[in-house]
Design a protein around this ligand. Structure first.
Ligand code: G3H
Ligand code: 13P
Ligand code: ZN
Length: 328
């Protein structure tokens, strides 16, 4: 069944678990996530970015998600629009039937230039007014995502601040978060706490606290009724990097956010955990390996089935690790 983000995250908060929010662009990603959710009895957040709409087209994206709901009627699903760059983009998604939208006012509508606080409050407040009138939840963002190690915003096409960020920009301020939530009434807030988008988060194997856990704690204490969201939460599986590079790929050494750090975040109020890169890496690795082993194969269903399997395994791991399993 289609449910709102508010409803789903309220349950997660009451029961102290986190929910992975996977980005979807095609049939295989949607099926992999649903198969994993079915196996583990987990609630599902499927999110489509502007890039996904550009790739698949809004009607296909919408109907892929509706098909998932039809095939798995016992699993609650949030249809979420990821990183909306303006109230009008969010309005269009609401019209299309999304049950949740993100208004990312931390950046201007070019998706690159950090915005002023006043701008962020204004676009987010307007989006909440519109969305709540339609029973749709809203996620806002305060602070600019950036790796605490490199100061880089990350590599996602279209979304992410350009150039180096200061430590101040890269950590959401708890007092400002309280003011922001009070003024905008958002249901969920994406915070900057040391993660960044894409595969290149850390250059060395992360040890200890690579996220600003104390900051997450302080924000949660200040806005306990607003669900915290962590973007850029791929763990960048080293085994899939090795497979990609073994079979003709060329991806330099790089590290993501360890699952244990995400679990620490969940203990301290993080409820929605955004993951895109991990599924991309798994499907690319599975495709390269299958085609290298089966050079005469030309039926795309053969390697696409491998990608579905690879992605399903990662989804199962995350549902279990974040405590979502058993909560559908
Ligand atoms: O936030 C970014 C997501 O990973 C989506 O990436 O814009 O390439 O679809 P995309
Ligand atoms: P990753 O690039 O770490 O998978 O993050 C995805 C994301 O935050 C989508 O909004
Ligand atoms: Zn994001």
């Amino acid at each position: 069944a289609l449910v709102s983000m508010r409803q789903m995250l309220d349950h997660a908060a009451e029961n102290g678990y986190g929910i992975p929010a996977f980005n979807v662009n095609n049939l295989e990603q949607v099926r992999a996530i649903m198969i994993a959710a079915d196996k583990t009895n987990s609630p599902v957040i499927l999110q489509g970015s502007a890039g996904a709409r550009k790739y698949a087209g809004a009607p296909f994206l919408r109907h892929l998600i509706l098909a998932a709901i039809e095939e798995f009627p016992h699993i609650p699903v949030v249809m979420h629009q990821d990183h909306g760059t303006s109230p009008s983009v969010c309005q269009r998604s609401i019209q299309l039937g999304f049950s949740s939208v993100m208004m990312d006012g931390s950046l201007m509508d070019d998706g690159k230039t950090p915005s002023s606080y006043e701008y962020n409050v204004d676009v987010t407040r307007r989006t909440v007014e519109m969305a709540h009138a339609c029973g749709v939840s809203v996620e806002g963002e305060l602070g600019c995502l950036g790796s605490l190690e490199t100061g880089e915003a990350g590599e996602e096409d279209g979304i992410g601040a350009a150039g180096k960020l200061t430590l101040d920009q890269m950590l959401t301020d708890p007092e400002e978060a309280a003011d922001f939530v009070q003024k905008t009434q958002v249901d969920a807030l994406a915070i900057a706490c040391g993660t960044s988008h894409g595969a290149y988060k850390f250059t060395r194997p992360p040890t200890g606290d690579i996220l600003a856990i104390d900051r997450i704690k302080a924000i949660h204490a200040r806005i306990p009724n607003t669900h915290l969201v962590m973007h850029g939460s791929s763990s960048v599986p080293q085994d899939w990097l090795a497979v990609i590079n073994e079979y003709g790929g060329n991806i330099p050494e790089t590290y993501g956010v360890p699952v244990e750090q995400i679990q620490e975040g969940i203990k301290n109020g993080v409820r929605k955990v955004n993951i895109d890169t991990d599924l991309r890496l798994a499907s690319t690795g599975a495709t390269r390996r299958f085609l290298a082993h089966n050079p005469s194969e030309f039926d795309p269903r053969k390697f696409l089935a491998e990608t579905t399997k690879a992605m399903t395994d990662i989804c199962v791991d995350r549902y279990e690790a974040f405590g979502a399993a058993g909560n559908a």
